[in-house]
Design a protein around this ligand. Sequence first.
Ligand code: KG4
Ligand code: ZN
Length: 346
Amino acid sequence: MTYRVLGLESSCDETAAAIVEDGVRAVSDVVASQHDVHARYGGVVPELASRAHILNVVPVVQAALDQAGLSLAQLDGVAVTNAPGLIGGLLVGMQTAKALAWVTGLPLVGVHHLEGHLSAVYLEPDPPPLPHLALIVSGGHTSLVRVDDHGALIELGRTRDDAAGEAFDKGAKLLGLGYPGGAVIDRLAKTGDPTAVSFPKSMTLEEHGHDFSFSGLKTALLTHTRKHGVPEGALLADLCASYQAAIVEVLVRKTRRAARTFGLRHVQVCGGVAANSGLRAAMRAAGAEDDFQVYIPPPARCTDNAAMIAAAGHYHLVRGERAGLDLDAAPNAPLAREPRRPGASR
Ligand code: KG4
Ligand code: ZN
């Protein structure tokens, strides 16, 4: 019997719904992005995000059903992001999920957004075995996590200041490239020389154990543009390529070290920044050199989507977990509650 889960995601600036079968097959995957709504403000405006989610959520759910050719009666459960994220956005998705569960009698579970990111890879034909190492790099988080089982995670390291996605977005804003800027830097970097500008990496690389720090890099870019101005054309491409290379180098070297330290031979990379072509290529090259296997979802499953939420929710639902209609949003809930392992840096 096929087990079908409807996933809902609205924690930031994407309203998304998807249907996943047996935790491994996305039969629909609909994402309504709000980038146009927020672009002129240079970042997500929470109240505008909530309003756009309200307008989009029902059409997006309907589109997910239509795309799959299914009716609500053919579903087996509903999974919704309830943590972390913008409270207004979370509530829109949760109220919708609760209403659907209530009228249909379907079971409901809440999913942590980062567990969702970790689960996108299970929708691929050759997912990583357990346990494995995961580098989660999104707009709000940068973490190295040991994945022991679905939902059983140990955080080995995290960023002490900016997330990798924030480093991309703040850098792009500084260079006048708009919001969100990660994909723009990625595109410009393709024609640039990554060795053109030297950014400080040693500090973030060797200090802090398995933790990350990106604020120094952002400051270095600011100092560079104060001194030399914001370049155009080929020089802008060089600057983007150099800045991206600095972020990528830190991410890859810390991941390599964690894989070695914890003896993990399978490594997945997920979250919006995992869409970055430089990071994808560098991580694959590192895996080939150090003999660990690298798993990265396709770019559209790295950035926010609801298929990953349905995939994560699947395991909770089949284990019999159920949320009541009193399920709460937890805007700041951490990913892993387990104690840090000995050897972690704090
Ligand atoms: O996972 P995500 O869609 O949302 C959050 O959970 O935060 O990640 C969004 C982040 C943004 O910072 C965005 O700039 C970054 O992912 N991003 C990229 C690329 N595509 C999205 N960063 C670098 N290169 C990309 N191609
Ligand atoms: Zn995300």
